[in-house]
Design a protein around this ligand. Sequence first.
Ligand code: SF4
Length: 386
Amino acid sequence: MKYVDEFRAGDLAQGLAAAIAREADPSHTYNVMEFCGGHTHAIFRYGVQDLMPANLRFVHGPGCPVCVLPIGRVDNALELAGDPRVTLCTYGDMMRVPATGRRSLLKAKAEGADVRMIYSTQDALRIAVENPDREVVLFAIGFETTTPPTAVVLKQAAAAGLKNFSVFCNHVLTPAAITHILESPEVREIGTVAIDGFLGPSHVSSVIGSQPYEFFAQEYQRPVVIAGFEPLDVMQATLMIIRQLNDGRHEVENQYARVVTREGNRKAQALVAEVFELRSSFEWRGLGLVPYSALRIRPQFAAFDAELRFGVETKPARDAKSCECPSILRGAKKPTDCKLFGTVCAPESPIGSCMVSSEGACAAYWTYGRFRQQTRPAARSTEAAA
Ligand code: SF4
């Protein structure tokens, strides 16, 4: 298949749905966690869940970088924006994320702070070059996909000897988070979150490759299938997970072979390793402190580290009362379990980060699934589906 429409073809989707219904053992349940918010949106936008048999459930994971940033770090960004010397640059979604007291960067901007919405890290660098009398800070967030462009601007700033540019680094690492989810009491002991297999990240894996997932596929005996973001990708990867589970296998497989290799993008990995090093611990919203799950700027680039330049100190901060984002990000609850969903919390007036981000689970439910009945269609029989 060459064009995007082919990855959304209805007849192929029906064929895959029939194969899934045929191969899903009715005496088992299949709980498949999709890590990426992009998968969550594909599932809701194209009605993939409705094409699944009743014993297959998608569990939404923490795969949205905007959603997983803890409130304390958003508070830090607000403090930086409140410094009259600072121009704070960030992406559109981050501007609307509620911080402590429901403040946001958008509100700070309305109150006079110099907050600029950017489309790429290069925009922030350009603003720094054009405004030498301002301290330009890039509020950098994201998984492994967005880390290389941040590394590039740090190297460019160093090469140009820029004195007024720095990065507030909040880049996080996917494999550590998946491991943490599997180690969590909800999965290990309480059993409130059943996860039988994972749809592995697609864009992230294009950078880091499929190899980093091999350890925990073996250690935790859960299949991982790297999946693309189109609906047929998700369905084909789901079928691959079902086959592994039926066979008693737990391997890393790669459905997204048109983009992802086992080794990933070595050039990007080398660039990131040159500029960043591991943090021993970092807080994720919903997951708490996760060991070795984030990056900080290496000492060689310390002059461009906003945390050092401005003495950033992250304090514990609480999520908004009644907001269920932490449970949703662990896969322990669905957006519709939150009593604020669709009442006071909607994309125009978000209470939590999961409703803000275009990749957030609450936004996906609202945009594509809000009016759907919560009851699922009965399981398809093998004969009917064949
Ligand atoms: S609906 Fe709103 S308040 Fe509830 S969990 Fe989602 S983002 Fe948080």
